[in-house]
Write a protein that binds this ligand. Structure first.
Ligand SMILES: Cc1ncc(COP(=O)(O)O)c(C=O)c1O
Length: 427
């Protein structure tokens, strides 16, 4: 039984107030399901290994004394140089590895460092809804106030399959959200969970607003090698925008190694130096041998054909998996980037007397859909209202998010099981 803490030892409000998170609800449902083992398409981890040349680099790094000791706080020089070289053709210039790149413990810790570096109590940070859930607590830990601007799905998303491009930025709302206290805006492209790749025009408008109002842009581009339409990096739009932009990357997402916890931020020296300072105090430095392996990854990815392969493979997985929704007649959001598919399940009728546990019954309909899918067909997906504030949760309560970054056999098993939904689907 959990011990009760005396009042004097109570946990800090920043963690104590948090309700049961979606990951533990889904895991709990999976453990209790009569269908075992569950096909887990919930969390966005890969069902397969990084390519051999990167795995081998990690193995040989472990044999080197210097790779088993502290790396410099801003990251290993070899990795920073490899990132600078790999991004040069994408940026149109070579970033200075010493002053414009800093290595972090995954993108997550990199973003926490960015918030810790610039946000003080009372500062406002704009984020788009739906959001990657980690932003919220990271901003709140720094004392920031979050101002939400919704990305709106197509109004007829329940009746037709649409492109993720149709989730629209409401620029009138965005302008209204900007106040003299707005210090930062977070954008995420390609987007989790929607799969939207922000268009050049959208990014230009966002960038212009940030220049006009002096707002730092934190551009979370962790899926930056997985795009199926032209992809624009906001930092490359103008020197004025670049001056305000921190771009976030993730080796976990690039190289199928989410457990390695290697990420980085790129940006002008006057921003990067403070992110590095915060990172030094949060975790000092990041995992040495895996930084070395990621350096090799960047050095060799192009010549190994890995960047092309990663796009082709993921596109094929998306097409393979989405065939089931076409077959079942359930509309979905076709992603322009990343590896998440949002499926609209308005047509799935949940039995009125279904025995949902109270903590699921009290959440929006997508939590019940998630529970139902796990128990009735044995497939786990994520209820996306977790990525919304309560007043706006209705926008996504008919959707479910599926991560397709799994082995093809797993996708086929999922499809076979999802056919079991047929009897619950209204024509
Ligand atoms: C949009 C987005 N940003 C950041 C991250 C975290 O990346 P990392 O694993 O490198 O911390 C994720 C992981 O799911 C994500 O979806």
């Amino acid at each position: 039984m959990a011990a009760q803490l005396p009042a004097k030892l109570k946990p800090a409000a920043r963690v104590a107030g948090q309700r049961q998170d979606v990951w533990s609800i889904v895991n709990e449902a999976a453990a209790a399901s009569p269908v075992q083992p569950i096909v887990n398409m919930g969390q966005g981890f890969f069902g397969y290994n990084p390519p051999g040349f990167i795995i081998n680099a990690a193995k040989s790094a472990l044999d080197r004394v210097d790779c088993n000791q502290y790396s410099p706080t801003k990251g290993r020089p070899r990795l920073k140089k490899a990132i600078s070289d790999a991004y040069a053709p994408l940026w149109g210039r070579k970033l200075d590895p010493d002053t414009e790149i800093t290595i972090t413990t995954g993108a997550n810790e990199g973003m926490l460092s960015a918030f810790m570096a610039f946000i003080e109590p009372g500062d406002e940070v704009i984020i788009f809804e739906p959001f990657f859930d980690q932003y919220i607590s990271n901003i709140e830990m720094a004392g920031g106030k979050i101002v939400y601007v919704p990305l709106s799905p197509p109004k007829d998303g329940a009746s037709r399959t649409s492109s993720s491009a149709e989730w629209a930025v409401d620029f009138a709302q965005l302008e209204k959200a900007i106040t003299p206290k707005t210090k930062m805006i977070v954008i995420n492209t390609p987007h989790n969970p929607v799969g939207k790749v922000f268009s050049k025009e959208e990014l230009q408008r966002i960038g212009d607003l940030c220049v006009k109002n002096e707002i730092i842009i934190l551009s979370d581009e962790v899926y930056d090698r997985l795009y199926y339409v032209p992809f624009t990096r906001i930092a490359t739009l103008s020197p004025e925008i670049e001056n305000l932009t921190l771009t976030v990357g993730s080796a976990g997402k690039n190289f199928y190694a989410t457990g390695w916890r290697v990420g980085w931020l790129m940006g002008p020296p006057h921003l990067i130096q403070y992110v590095s300072a915060a990172h030094t105090r949060i975790c000092y430095s990041s995992v040495s041998p895996l930084q070395e392996a990621c350096a090799v990854g960047f050095e060799q990815a192009e010549s190994e054909g890995f960047w092309d392969e990663t796009v082709q493979d993921m596109k094929a997985k998306i097409a393979r998996f989405n065939a089931i929704w076409d077959e079942l007649g359930l509309p979905y959001t076709d992603p322009e980037g990343g590896y998440f598919v949002m499926v609209n399940m308005a047509k799935v009728k949940l039995p009125a007397d279904y025995p949902f546990p109270p903590h699921v019954a009290s959440r929006p309909r997508d939590f019940q859909l998630a529970w139902f899918l796990i128990h009735e067909v044995g497939v786990a997906a994520i209820p996306p209202t977790e990525f919304y504030t309560d007043p706006n949760a209705w926008i996504a309560e008919d959707y479910m998010r599926f991560a397709v970054c799994k082995e093809d056999e797993v996708l086929e098993t999922a499809k076979e099981r999802l056919r079991g939904l047929k009897k619950y689907i209204e024509a």
